[in-house]
Design a protein around this ligand. Structure first.
Ligand code: ZN
Length: 87
């Protein structure tokens, strides 16, 4: 695996919030999806986030995933707390 060819895990984690929210452009989304396919760790992180957000949305309480819940999830997943969580 050539680490200079695509995203590093840290690049993915830095953009994960925007990716989940669908705010990234197609090119970056493609790079993230390519990284996920080759990186089991990031795949688990993304899948866990998506599933958790789906549960929140199916709850019907709110359309958006609460920031503090997102923060707790990131903490639970042992991700870097310096992630940009602002919308
Ligand atoms: Zn990764």
């Amino acid at each position: 695996m050539n680490h200079h060819h695509g995203l590093e895990c840290q690049d993915l984690l830095n953009n994960i919030s925007a990716y989940i929210d669908g705010e990234l452009d197609d090119e970056l989304c493609g790079k993230i999806e390519a990284h996920i396919e080759s990186c089991p760790n990031c795949k688990v992180v993304i899948n866990t986030l998506k599933r958790t957000i789906q549960l929140y949305q199916e709850d019907g309480e709110s359309e958006t995933f609460p920031l503090d819940a997102r923060h707790r999830l990131f903490t639970a997943l042992d991700l870097d707390e310096d992630l940009d969580l602002s919308d």
